[in-house]
Design a protein around this ligand. Structure first.
Ligand code: SAM
Length: 319
């Protein structure tokens, strides 16, 4: 039976007998570490709860000569919270080439440079990958400083088992493209992990129910590590109603984890990825006929899916 499992964010009162995190503890845990010069430090930052910054990440931020950031204003706010003052420069999706050149020039002078995105782990549905690629190509060192990421955070509390998972990240805004990707994943037995924005979550769960079937389990993880954190277990068939039942449920940031396809699945799920490939090369009815012949999936259902895949409508025209 589908059910909601709300999790109240714990608010722990400070324990009087315990000292706050001591500088000496920080020093003890971080002083034996290696902080090579001429290196780019790719540092994970919290996804909501500022206490989720790692000690090593903090120490790196203290030691670097400069911080390259997806957004320098939010980076400065973050650094202020931790009492760190560093020169910051922008490195976002629209200036990655120039930012890479600046990072490489600094590394060539023997500097340490940090890269942080707005939240979580850089290069996970965030800028950073191109910078890393450029630094590696320039023969310089990249040091990962792990920490929070919404994908691992949600998976660790999903209760869907420890089997394989496939991280999709954000689906494209164009719905036919989103549908084509969902369809191509329909028979995958791994858990499917998606990031989603609040204004699209309703249409995305509706798409999932349509493509993956209403019986599949969904874990919807909202506002992870924040005060209104909520992790709910639903079926895809119930998700739409659940989201509409309270306006607050469509607010915030979302990770959606869809249970993988069951083994020994029905022919339609097997057929959908094949249909997507055939539609890339053939006219619609030929693709449907061929997919039905090869997979023995019902032709009318394949036809309905094919029509939706081909309907390349903009994001805002309804499903
Ligand atoms: N680099 C980040 C990471 O490591 O998770 C992801 C950045 S991506 C631009 C932002 C998306 O991640 C959000 O739209 C949401 O889907 C997901 N996300 C980030 N923080 C979250 C949170 N606190 N709770 C749930 N999802 C979150």
């Amino acid at each position: 039976m589908p059910g909601k499992r709300p999790i109240a964010a714990p608010i722990a009162a400070p324990i009087a007998s315990e000292a706050p995190l001591e500088a000496s503890l920080l020093e003890r845990l971080t002083h034996n570490q290696n902080y090579p010069i001429a290196s780019l430090y790719v540092i994970a930052t919290p996804i909501g709860n500022l206490a989720d910054m790692t000690l090593r990440g903090l120490e790196c931020l203290r030691r670097v000569d400069a911080v390259a950031a997806e957004d320098t204003r939010s980076a400065k706010r973050l650094l202020v919270e931790y009492g760190i003052s560093k020169p910051c420069f922008a490195a976002h999706r629209h200036n990655e080439r120039a930012a890479a050149a600046e990072i490489i020039a600094r590394l060539a002078q023997g500097q340490r440079v940090a890269y942080i995105s707005d939240a979580g782990t850089p290069a996970i549905s965030d800028p950073g990958a191109k910078l890393v690629e450029a630094v590696i190509a320039a023969g310089m060192r990249v040091v990962p400083i792990p920490g929070t990421s919404a994908v691992t955070c949600a998976l660790s509390a999903s209760g869907l088992g420890d089997g394989p998972f496939y991280f999709v990240g954000f689906l494209p805004a164009r719905r036919a493209q989103a549908r084509a990707i969902a369809v191509s994943l329909a028979s995958m037995q791994a858990q499917l992990v998606f990031y989603e924005a609040p204004h699209r979550v309703l249409q995305t769960v509706t798409l999932f129910a349509d493509v993956f079937g209403t019986a599949r389990r969904l874990v919807l993880a909202r506002e992870l590590t924040k005060i209104f954190e909520e992790i709910v277990h639903l079926t895809l068939g119930d998700a739409h109603t659940w989201l509409l039942a309270d306006a607050n449920r469509q607010r915030g940031e979302f990770v959606l984890i869809v249970e993988g396809a069951p083994p020994g699945q029905d022919p339609l799920l097997q057929a959908l990825p094949i249909l997507v490939r055939l539609l890339e090369k053939l006219p619609l009815s030929e693709a449907v006929t061929l997919a039905a012949e090869v997979t023995h999936a019902p032709r009318n259902e394949l036809y309905a899916h094919a029509l939706k895949i081909r309907a390349d409508e903009p994001d805002n025209t309804g499903l």
